[in-house]
Each structure stands twice: as C-alpha cells, then as structure tokens.
Design a protein around this ligand. Structure first.
Ligand code: SF4
Ligand code: SF4
Ligand code: SF4
Length: 212
C-alpha cells in the first residue's frame, strides 16, 4: 500500500541504495543475512561489545510522519554513535538500548541491523515501520530487493489451530497476512521472517521454520 508520504526513487538512490544494506532481525529467532547471522542474543552481544551506543529520533518517521510509532528507535554504535552524539543524539547504556528494542518490538516495529558498504559489522540497529522506513520502503515499494536481506526463517501457518481472529494481520508489515471473508489468508512468499506475528497469536497457530 502506498503511504501518504513516500521517498522518491531519486532520494533513495542518492542517500541509501548501495551505501548500506539491512538485515531483518527477529526477537525470537535466528536469521541469516548474506554475510552474517544475527539473532536477538547476537544483537545483545553487538550492543555489549560496542564502545559507545546512542539513541536518536527516527529520521524516517520524522521526515514522512505516516504513523504514530515510537520515534526513539534508532540506535547507533561506535563511530556512528560518536558522530550522532555530536549532532545531538543521546548516549545510552546497553540496558537502555535493550529496553528501546523491547518497546519497539512491542509496538510492532521490525528490527533491522544496518551495515554500511565496506564495513564488516552493523553500526545502526533500527526499529522500522514499512510506511516510513527508507529500507523497507525501498524493498517493498521500489523493488530494491538487494537493499534488505530478509531473514532465512519463514512463518508457518497452521490452519487447524487458527481461529481466524485476525490479530496477526496488523503486525505484519510485509503483507503476508490478511483476512478475507473472516478467514486468515497467509501468503508465505511475502513473509519477511521478522517474527512479529508470533507473539500476537494466542492459539499457537504460528511458528517459524528455515526458509528453503
Ligand atoms: S531506518 Fe528505521 S528506525 Fe532508522 S530512521 Fe529509518 S525507519 Fe527509523
Ligand atoms: S508473516 Fe509477517 S509478521 Fe510474520 S514473520 Fe512473516 S513478515 Fe513477519
Ligand atoms: S493471530 Fe493466530 S489465530 Fe488469530 S488469525 Fe492470526 S494465526 Fe489465526
């Protein structure tokens, strides 16, 4: 769905495409990007190994303003934190950073680890919405599929257990879940493996498996 405000292709190509890539990171599962595997414990390790961490307001939501999701979801590490703090970002502890991630997960935002081209580890840990984020927007609406490395996991739907309550639908930014005629429709080919839907289901109808 096209949000009210959006990036232009020119803006994305000037500032983001080819300059960084993003890996979706689920809170509850292991995912694999092109060069690395990250799960939440590795995310925590990344934070604990960082010399410095900062948090700043989400530039994408500030710029486009298409949703009311929390603004404080943009974490920077090490040199990126130095430069963000110089520009006004707030230095935080690992515990505060983990709390930010928990809050944004609860709010239904996709955790993404960003790696700048030429760097060997993520220096941005972001909590992204599909309506404002340059990366999810670039991947989903502009077709820059290499810009976002999706998880190597995929959601599995158990139609026997599903009560068609629809609670998981709004959690999914990738359009993999919808309700049609009061029936849950799951399009596995759209699943980005973020794991956000898992916790919303009270009927154990959702699980994750390796993407083949
Ligand atoms: S990448 Fe995600 S968290 Fe970072 S500024 Fe954009 S939407 Fe916000
Ligand atoms: S179905 Fe949607 S919310 Fe669930 S893991 Fe896949 S992309 Fe994430
Ligand atoms: S939350 Fe669970 S029970 Fe409800 S529609 Fe989704 S999968 Fe089915």
């Amino acid at each position: 769905m096209q949000p009210e405000n959006d990036w232009t292709r020119e803006e994305l190509e000037k500032d983001y495409i080819g300059k960084m890539s993003a890996i979706t990171v689920s809170t509850e599962i292991v995912i694999k990007g092109k060069q690395r595997i990250l799960d939440q414990s590795e995310m925590e390790k990344l934070l604990r190994n960082a010399r410095r961490i900062s948090v700043k307001e989400c530039g994408c939501r500030n710029k486009l303003g298409n949703c009311d999701n929390p603004k404080s979801g943009c974490l920077n590490l090490d040199d990126e934190a130095d430069s963000a703090i110089e520009k006004g970002a707030r230095e935080i502890s690992v515990e505060e950073a983990l709390q930010v991630l928990e809050e944004t997960y609860n709010a239904g935002l996709v955790h993404m680890a960003y790696v700048f081209t030429g760097k060997d580890k993520p220096t941005y840990i972001c909590s992204c919405c599909s309506c404002c984020c340059h990366s999810l927007g670039a991947a989903m609406r502009y077709g820059y599929s290499d810009h976002v490395f999706y998880s190597d996991k995929i959601s599995v739907h158990d139609f026997e257990l599903c009560e068609n309550c629809g609670e998981c639908v709004d959690r999914c930014h990738f359009g993999a879940r919808s309700l049609e005629d009061d029936k849950l429709i799951f399009k596995s080919e759209k699943c980005g493996g973020c794991g956000l839907c898992l916790r919303e289901c009270n009927y154990d109808a959702i699980s994750m498996k390796e993407r083949l």
